[in-house]
Design a protein around this ligand. Sequence first.
Ligand SMILES: NC(=O)C1=CN([C@@H]2O[C@H](COP(=O)(O)OP(=O)(O)OC[C@H]3O[C@@H](n4cnc5c(N)ncnc54)[C@H](O)[C@@H]3O)[C@@H](O)[C@H]2O)C=CC1
Ligand SMILES: O=C(O)[C@H]1O[C@H](OP(=O)(O)OP(=O)(O)OC[C@H]2O[C@@H](n3ccc(=O)[nH]c3=O)[C@H](O)[C@@H]2O)[C@H](O)[C@@H](O)[C@@H]1O
Length: 446
Amino acid sequence: MNISVIGTGYVGLTTGVALAHLGHKVVCADIDEAKVELLNKGIPPIYEPDLEELMAKSRSRLTFTTSYREAILESDVVFIAVGTPANADGSPNLSYLHEAFDNVLKTLAHKATPTLLVNKSTVPVGTADRFMDEIRRRGMGQVVDIASNPEFLRQGRAVYDTLHPERIVAGGSERAARILQSVYKPLLDQEKIPFLHVDLRSAELAKYAANAFLAMKISFINEMANVCDCVGADVLKIAEVIGSDHRIGPAFLNAGIGYGGSCFPKDTRALQYIADTSGYNFKLLSAVIEVNNDQRYMMVQKLRRELGELAGRKIAVLGLTFKPATDDLREAPSIPVIQELLALGAEVWVHDPIAMEKAKELLPAGVHFAKDCEECLQDAEAALLVTEWPEYLRTVPAAAPGLMKRPLLIDGRNAIPENARAGLDYHGIGIPGTSRKEEGPVTLKF
Ligand SMILES: NC(=O)C1=CN([C@@H]2O[C@H](COP(=O)(O)OP(=O)(O)OC[C@H]3O[C@@H](n4cnc5c(N)ncnc54)[C@H](O)[C@@H]3O)[C@@H](O)[C@H]2O)C=CC1
Ligand SMILES: O=C(O)[C@H]1O[C@H](OP(=O)(O)OP(=O)(O)OC[C@H]2O[C@@H](n3ccc(=O)[nH]c3=O)[C@H](O)[C@@H]2O)[C@H](O)[C@@H](O)[C@@H]1O
């Protein structure tokens, strides 16, 4: 099929490359000329494992352009995958989406053959219905149909997730679902992937529901970790015990510093906003968000308990991205942690294996950028492990005792294995014996 993808970010580019890999002829369009220029040289503007290789392999079926006409006029299916970041009040900013939609419709006005317009961006319920109204208003209802095909890929595993999705959701008419089934046929044929055809509104809301549920698992286990710190139990064991019940499942029970990234924080706030403005108070979701906002400061609290005043003391922050295997710093927990350390007067040194250049543009003045992990640790009085990059798990236990003034490590990801902690003054989140308790264990009253 001839397919176009509007927006070449994490979702759009991965989708375009994957669809070309599956045998479709794909044109990707973006308004960002610098991105398109890089892409035309075969260089992905984002860091995503396997993306560059797959792009090179599918190059003969893949084109990049800034022109909507070039992208769309020959296409049977047009995917939109532009950003929907949060506004200050938590509502999703749909301005990029509206602009893309308007440009697509203006271009489609020059095309007589039917086109399926598929939205992949995460959007509030009712967005596709409003788009359909607009299509009819412009007299294009006979040739343009709308589908919602929410995306569930994870950054750092975007290519893998796109080629091995847990499910494909197709919101819209029977005809739209049939077209999407043909688009994904090579995937559906090769693996038993559920293809779920639902109405437009359910498809849109299901995306928020999935992210909110995963965020809830994280906030739940983080609260359990905080209880573990109070009572002297081990959150790793708790996660193992509850996760072995298939009704709960082991995934997303890693306690630590809380969730970040471009999606969980924005999508939980957006769902709260959607519920609020529809007259429903989603109490559980509000608690999930509040817990996450507090959790990021837990590491600094532990640090202060150990060191007292932080003014003038060198603190190493290891890892800046919101998780490993991505260069993305959007809503990374490292940022508020660094701001808090600076506010407390600490001398903050940071390191990240991938995102140092991006971080230089983003982090406040006063932060020291180390050339490597060792320089970051050198003479530090404490280190905070914020992102569990595999190289840190190898180097920190070996290097920290020799390099640091005191090998105090606050592990915000509970990532350093027990057998590697010997030379460290190690403190995890919810791991017994690794956190000094303010008071003794609680006594139960019967
Ligand atoms: N990043 C992720 O892991 C996931 C993101 N999503 C959702 O997918 C959507 C896209 O997210 P990302 O790919 O992360 O965004 P992104 O910010 O990485 O990329 C968006 C791209 O759209 C381009 N763009 C903006 N306006 C445009 C226009 N009018 N015409 C053409 N291109 C335009 C931008 O230049 C940029 O390259 C969002 O709604 C997000 O919530 C869904 C699942 C996973
Ligand atoms: O809508 C989206 O954009 C995507 O959001 C998440 O993907 P992503 O943000 O890339 O990353 P995750 O692996 O889900 O991690 C999100 C955050 O939660 C944290 N996390 C994750 C799991 C866990 O057990 N504990 C935990 O603190 C991670 O460190 C990270 O900061 C979802 O997992 C994807 O399914 C979804 O498509």
